[in-house]
Ligand binder design. Structure first.
Ligand code: XMP
Length: 509
């Protein structure tokens, strides 16, 4: 079995990052709710436990406290921020409210760092974000690091492998933070570095090859559904059927690329359903953004269900769900749960009676990209920007008309092309062109023309929760603008969206 580190989540915004950093060491790390029971924890059988940070204070009456088993198991424990204060509290020290400390401090290592802080040098920059601090450390603990404001910023027990650190080793602002996690995971916990994507592929294919019945997988051309499909195809071949619904709202060339990749490249049992006329017909006359989303969603369910009924029966519905979504929905079961038997989600009718197969439910996005690479998925697919389900319908302000659809599609391709040419495509989160009904005057030849305005939007983001407008070089913007007005009829103006999220959103609708 793969060795694992279990991270108890006390609600810090950085909890996922702890797992990410540990997985970078090729050790499997998982995030579980802080109140995991002793039995459940024993079932996970971790090599070590990390207590994450969190917004609470240990002196709150309803402070989140983990099961005693966490401390009584004899397993190595590392508390970070709130987790550090929990350790101080639990072993009889005192935590006091202090002035909120937020930002970089200099951590000085004391007494060699007791293994945890080994190899990071005498002092490093450390990222703090806390309101409480250890006023008195427990008996039989020693201080292994301090900052100007926090005299017990890192502590270690003399009785066993229990450590607390006030700062966040998982964030990039902490110098040598990864080394601290490495010291804990490899040296203290002695976890094996056996979490690799090639092993993941091998084991997942092995597990899926044991399932019975046929699998239906909707593919969109996005990396998640593509990787899920290719992985399942490796395991069960012809028993997987992929369907791609062309809703007429995709990026330029996408339907062709997807069909070529699945059919010719991977030899998958694949069918494309051209439903563009149905989708565009239903969208006729509709200007409200939420109404457009609803129509696209409902139409997809209708087309997909019709397909499932006519080609079935299927036993399974495959989905490209990733680890952060699984954690958010609170149903994580760890790496053994690739095959999850609960009834399907996503608005599909009950009568389809499908069970859900989610081969990527333990992976982060960059791990999925690595799997894609191993499986031979083209880079143009696995590095492509995310694209919203309702497609260009949300990038067209007002009614979706064939004319505006053509403009958004061609202009979007030009934006992507120019970013690729400039070597900037992979540096940004999303990049597209939107169009609405506003017009502006231009001069074409000798004629004044009242043409469309195209809005270019390029944003940088880590998770789409917040986003910053990208400061593209002016010459790149100029080339995009020139090409859009030259190559697309009826476009006279090009604007660049310089609103960040918040208050704006990434998509204009
Ligand atoms: P916003 O516009 O909310 O977008 O800042 C955040 C991320 O979500 C994508 N997005 C959608 N994805 N259906 C989707 O599948 C939608 O209705 C939808 N709206 C926005 C958007 O592209 C960005 O990555």
């Amino acid at each position: 079995m793969t060795d694992r580190i279990t991270v108890l989540d006390f609600g810090s915004q950085y909890s996922h990052l702890i797992c990410r950093r540990i997985r970078d060491l090729s050790v499997y790390a998982e995030l579980v709710p802080y109140d995991i029971t002793a039995e459940e924890l024993a079932r996970h059988d971790p090599k070590g436990i990390i207590l994450s940070g969190g917004p609470a204070s240990v002196s709150d009456r309803d402070a989140p406290i983990p099961a005693d088993a966490v401390f009584e198991s004899g397993l190595p424990v590392l508390g970070i921020c709130y987790g550090h204060q929990l350790i101080v509290h639990r072993y009889g020290g005192r935590v006091k409210r202090a002035n909120r400390e937020y930002g970089s401090s200099t951590l000085t290592v004391d007494g060699g760092g007791a293994g945890l802080l080994g190899g990071i040098g005498g002092s490093v920059r450390a990222w703090m974000s806390h309101g409480d601090e250890a006023e008195q450390i427990p008996r039989n603990f020693e201080v292994i690091g301090h900052t100007e404001n926090s005299k017990a910023a890192a502590i270690a027990s003399r009785d066993g492998p229990v450590y607390g650190i006030q700062f966040h080793p998982e964030v990039a602002h902490t110098e040598k933070g990864s080394r601290i996690l490495e010291n804990f995971v490899l040296n203290v916990c002695k976890a094996k570095q056996d979490w690799t994507m090639s092993k993941f592929v091998e084991e997942t294919v092995g597990r899926i090859s044991n399932i019975e019945g046929d699998v239906l997988c909707g593919v969109s051309g996005g990396v998640d559904s593509t990787v899920a499909a290719v992985l399942i195809h490796r395991a069960i071949g012809e028993r997987l059927k992929c369907v791609f619904v062309d809703n007429g709202l995709l990026r330029e060339g996408e339907p062709r690329e997807i069909t070529d990749m699945f059919r010719d490249n991977f030899g998958v049992n694949f069918e494309a359903v051209d439903a563009a006329q149905e989708f565009l017909g239903k969208l006729g006359g509709v200007a409200d953004p939420e109404a457009k989303r609803k129509i696209v969603g409902e139409e997809f369910v209708r087309v997909f269900s019709d397909f499932a009924r006519s080609r079935g029966p299927f036993r399974w519905l495959a989905q490209g769900t990733l680890y952060p979504d699984v954690i958010e929905s609170g149903v994580s079961k760890g790496p053994a749960s690739v095959i999850k038997s609960h009834h399907n989600v996503g608005g599909l009718p009950e009568w389809l009676d499908l069970e859900v197969l989610e081969p990527l439910r333990d992976l982060y996005k960059d791990e999925v990209r690595e799997v894609a690479r191993i499986l031979g998925v083209p880079k143009s697919i696995y590095m492509r920007h995310p694209f919203p389900g309702p497609g260009l319908a949300v990038r067209i302000m007002g009614e979706v008309t064939p004319e505006k659809l053509g403009i958004a599609r061609t202009a979007g391709r030009i934006v992507e092309d120019e970013l690729l040419q400039a070597g900037l495509y992979s540096d940004v989160w999303q990049a597209y062109a939107a169009v609405g009904d506003d017009r502006a005057v231009g001069v074409v030849g000798d004629e004044r023309m009242y043409g469309n305005i195209v809005m270019i939007r390029v944003v940088s983001s880590i998770d789409a929760m917040t986003a910053d407008w990208t400061r593209l070089p002016h010459d790149v913007l100029e080339r995009m603008s020139n090409r859009i007005t030259n190559e697309i009829d009826n476009v006279t103006w090009v604007s660049y969206a310089i609103s960040s999220k918040p208050p704006a959103t990434i998509e204009p609708q």
